[in-house]
Design a protein around this ligand. Structure first.
Ligand SMILES: *Cc1c(COP(=O)(O)O)cnc(C)c1O
Length: 393
């Protein structure tokens, strides 16, 4: 029955496991282990764990299972595995499925820690990785080979919001039997149906929109039952990337309001992008729902909305960008995104500081570029704050 529910209903009810007390709000099973009725029952569970049976929190926990089932219902995935952070999810998805000698093709514009896993970790264990410009389908076609095991991409890049044609990349990969892994954070679980577009495995940092209130770190891997239970679970349950039941509960409650929050954030982002677009104190105003965005047509076809982040280039380079950030009164300077509070980041000196000047220029990360994660505040107040800060520059 829950398969037919619409998104908002799934986000409130899917996966609920009610205890004998009949609680309304989902229970936090803050327990490391589970007791058995008998020695025989313990032996049986260790031999063959049944549906909704638990033995140790590193392997599974009822609150964690509620979170996993709820997000799997949202994504239209057969199954999900929750992890301690977004990076534990990215690492778990990749390392659990790859071995020495495998070939991976990845988009070049990646979150710094994702780049570290692909460039440093995987290659150290003998995996060959080819990087491509994710927006250039010819580069994907040239790089994917008959022996390519997987392709990896962030469907919308950070911080320049390039949108990758996931449908076409999946067709290229599948023609060679490669598995498509997508880090879908910037597209958000609300606006992107990555599995329907061809993704085999979808990964989220739940730290972002799913919590959305800046409280916890968490992550999740979504895919087929076979992939999650036979590939991901054995790796993660033995290597310790388990999520805390308390964190899973925070994220479970985050899911209830996810759709409402993310839509309000996207409304604000569009209003801000329109208000600032063409302002001569700014260079580029980057937002996928603006017609001048380089992948506007792909965004319209593959994402319901353009997301919750707007990137801006302040005229006058780093000094001007710093004056702009320091003059903001509502928007706070930090580096999370997807939060109810609007947050602004200067990528050159923070999130992308580790990259060389050449790498940054290659990715379009100029000294004047700032990344604005739009929260749920009143959009007119946010526009006013951004305008007064531009005046102050
Ligand atoms: C934040 C983020 C991650 C890492 O998530 P954590 O929860 O911080 O470990 C991975 N990929 C993308 C695109 C992100 O934005």
């Amino acid at each position: 029955m829950s398969k037919d529910w619409n998104t908002r209903t799934k986000l409130v009810h899917s996966g609920t496991r009610r205890s004998q007390y009949g609680e309304v709000s989902e229970a936090i099973f803050l327990t490391q282990g589970f007791v058995y009725d008998s020695a025989e029952q313990a032996a049986q569970r260790f031999d063959q764990l049944g549906e909704d049976e638990f033995i140790y929190a590193r392997y599974g926990n009822p609150t964690v299972a509620m979170f996993e089932d709820r997000i799997a219902a949202l994504e239209g995935a057969e199954d999900a595995f929750a992890t301690a952070s977004g990076m534990a999810a990215v690492n778990g998805a990749l390392v659990s499925m790859l071995k020495a000698g495998d070939h991976v093709v990845s988009a070049r514009a990646l979150f710094g820690s994702c780049l570290y896993i692909l460039e440093d970790v995987l290659t150290r264990f003998g995996v060959e990785v080819t990087f491509v410009d994710g927006t250039n389908l010819d580069e994907w076609r040239a790089a994917v080979r008959p022996d390519t095991k997987a392709v990896f991409l962030e469907s919308m890049s950070n911080p320049t919001l390039e949108v990758i044609d996931l449908k076409s990349v999946a067709e290229i990969a599948h023609a060679h039997g490669a598995i498509v892994l997508v880090d879908n954070v910037f597209s958000t679980p609300v606006f992107s149906r990555a599995i329907a577009l061809g993704a085999d495995v979808v990964v989220y940092s739940a730290t972002k929109h799913i919590d959305g209130q800046g409280r916890v770190l968490g992550g999740v891997i979504l895919g087929t039952k076979d992939f999650i239970r036979k590939t991901v679970e054995p790796y993660l349950k033995h290597t310790g990337g388990a999520i805390s039941p308390f964190t899973a509960w925070v994220l479970l409650k985050g899911l209830e309001t996810l759709d409402l929050r993310v839509r309000a954030q996207a409304d604000g982002a569009l209003k801000i992008a329109k208000a600032l677009n063409g302002d001569d104190r700014l260079g580029r105003v980057i937002y996928p729902d603006l017609p001048n965005h380089p992948q506007h047509e792909i965004a319209k076809a593959q994402l319901e909305r353009g997301g919750t982040v707007v990137s801006l280039e302040v005229q006058g380079g780093q000094a001007a960008a710093f004056r702009f950030l320091n003059a903001l009164e509502i928007v706070t300077i930090s580096n999370n995104l997807g939060d109810a509070k609007s947050i602004i980041t200067h990528p050159t000196t923070t999130t992308h500081q580790r990259l060389s000047e050449d790498q940054r220029m290659d990715l379009g990360i100029t000294p004047g570029l700032v990344r604005l994660s739009v929260g749920i505040e009143d959009a007119d107040d946010l526009v006013g704050d951004l305008m007064q800060a531009l005046d102050a520059v």
